[in-house]
Design a protein around this ligand. Sequence first.
Ligand code: SAM
Ligand code: DTB
Ligand code: SF4
Length: 320
Amino acid sequence: MQTNGVRHDWTKDEVRTIYHSRLLDVLFRAQAAHQQYFEPGEVQLCQLLSIKTGGCPEDCAYCPQSAHYKTNVDRLDLLSVEEVVKTAREAREQGVSRFCLGAAWRQVSDGPEFDAVLEMVRGVSSLGLEVCCTLGMLTESQAQRLADAGLYAYNHNLDTSADFYKQIITTRKYEERLRTLEHVRKAGVTVCCGGILGMGESDEDRVGLLHQLATLQPHPESVPINVLVRVEGTPLADAESVDPLVLVRAIATARILMPSSRVRLSAGRRSLSREAIALCFMAGANSIFVGDKLLTTPNPTRSEDDVLLEELDLKPMNHG
Ligand code: SAM
Ligand code: DTB
Ligand code: SF4
């Protein structure tokens, strides 16, 4: 099936072939797809805020916020609505058009904390920002309540292939993640879903993740590609670093498979050279996280990023 050049019936073989083709060919094809669907030279600036930090019951091997590992992340209770809205307003003044609230929860529980998050969503949305949440698993009615509060996007990553997932997380199943994504869709909220490279996965796992994402119908409107930020105390603290060209290949493949989605070069930019980042943009990345901090780990400083964007002559994307 084909709609407006966007396909959802990619076979694993097709994905594999694209991913493994000559780097320069993948890059060329990705850049062509990018220019067909997006204004070249525009990058969406997104900012994260951890609204509830640490002490998470899940055992995601990459995550410094899991209560299963001893890391130097301090636990922090839910921030106040005022604090969140104030930070979002400051971000907007810095050219940010999407603001993402992250909570170290396995799933959302109904009650005063969720009510406060709904209030935060209303507040951030009223600033004219695309408001995104990442709060763990959701029921259908919770997704609907977020939608009613004005939520623009929900981030819920599949992280890797279904096969490799079991080696990274034992406290939940891939299918549970897929179910939450369905609830988000049904509520009419846009989907932000991607993964992490550098956890010891194989090329076949990367192909598996990209195939999974590209056969979701519709595609996630936003696809974050994270490079593992290795944090002391987590089981993946000493994972081998990923070759930046693998990242470039993965981004280019994502751009070709999901040409109308925003592809976000997400966590891990601090470990990349300026040249590698430029290649990621060439490969079709058109969104980044800015701000000195991701959720708990450092990101390039805003002034470093301003220099980078200036050097590459990239402009912040406007809202919408
Ligand atoms: N608890 C919620 C959940 O897991 O869906 C939301 C917050 S969680 C920190 C959001 C995403 O951050 C994860 O799905 C994972 O893809 C990414 N992430 C977490 N730790 C990371 C790390 N050390 N390096 C790169 N990405 C990471
Ligand atoms: C996503 O894919 N990456 C962001 C966001 N979605 C929520 C999170 C990155 C977290 C990196 C580790 C940290 O700072 O704790
Ligand atoms: Fe918890 Fe999310 Fe971290 Fe997993 S990734 S431990 S669910 S905060």
